[in-house]
Design a protein around this ligand. Sequence first.
Ligand SMILES: NC(=O)c1ccc[n+]([C@@H]2O[C@H](COP(=O)([O-])OP(=O)(O)OC[C@H]3O[C@@H](n4cnc5c(N)ncnc54)[C@H](O)[C@@H]3O)[C@@H](O)[C@H]2O)c1
Length: 351
Amino acid sequence: MHKTYSSSSLGPGGLDLSQAFFRPIHNTAPPSSTNRQAKITVVGAGNVGMAIAQTVLTQDLVDEIALIDAKPEKLRGEMLDLQHAAAFLPRTTILASSSDYAITSGSNLIVITAGARQIPGESRLNLLHRNVALFRSIIPELAKHSPDAILMVVSNPVDILTYVAWKISGFPSNRVIGSGTNLDSSRFRFLLADHLEVNAQDVQAYVVGEHGDSSVALWSSISVGGVPILSFLERQQIPYEEEMLENIHRTVVEGAYEVINLKGYTSWAIGYSVASLARTLLRDQRRIHPVSVLAKGFYGIDGGDVFLSLPAQLGRGGVVGVTNVHLTDEEVQRLRASAETILELQSQLGL
Ligand SMILES: NC(=O)c1ccc[n+]([C@@H]2O[C@H](COP(=O)([O-])OP(=O)(O)OC[C@H]3O[C@@H](n4cnc5c(N)ncnc54)[C@H](O)[C@@H]3O)[C@@H](O)[C@H]2O)c1
């Protein structure tokens, strides 16, 4: 299979001026081993993978990006296109290969966006089986070359595939994360901010549970500029309808479908969502993000190993812990129902 790499000289027989261009200063020592290099691998250079790669690049989060995709020509085109923007970007080495996983060696973070596409008429379970087969082929290679990395799964169905990645990799659960409802929560915050005409960054609000249809909006978690919204409305005796809240959540859930219907796929928001997770993880920011984590033991979820989104504190080692956030009885019920649906599907995977 054709390999594509980044190159620092101008090709075969080309000039290599790197030794002649600069003269070393007196008494030079090799770079200190305390220098920290950050490296990210993105598997799947499609719409989502490339949006993640370009956001990570523009935000200057890493020294090296490795791209892996099964389509060598498309991949080489994407690599060259990004490299050609070097004059406008922070200095970052970009590597790409369709078959040589050695280029991913020493990654701190591996983001998996590769996924089979649903064939018209195909069942969700069949698609899942194909994605499990895909993960069986890529995860051992990735784990072999970066045994200390954090694995982040973006491919859908993200919660189940995060479990699959955890099982196949053998990594500890704090180093396997699904991008989960970080994106759903951003859509939620945008809608609330738009409604209240404030900056979405000043809106705290969490969507937890399964990414997508059965996600759970935590109404009591909403605060704007530190003011908890629901208790504020109640204190001021401002009436609000449950239905209005449900409508906002429905708009969050339908948001992805709407974008896919209009442009064919989603990319920019998930790109920013994953870049924000990458920043927290790689820079040890200890921020709290709703991401898919091993949820067994939380909120009475005890039927088996299941990954669902909960507000989790993230740092350089992966998941530091899960925030002890209060859920109403109904929210807990919904979370458990999602867990049971996921466990039922997982039991048919033979892992
Ligand atoms: N979790 C989220 O919030 C979220 C949001 C958006 C999209 N997604 C999911 O992300 C995934 C990717 O979406 P997309 O729009 O980029 O799809 P896409 O088809 O554009 O990209 C997928 C890429 O994976 C590559 N690929 C397939 N098999 C591979 C293999 N064995 N090794 C390496 N590469 C392989 C394909 O060549 C393709 O380039 C989908 O599963 C989608 O549902 C998740």
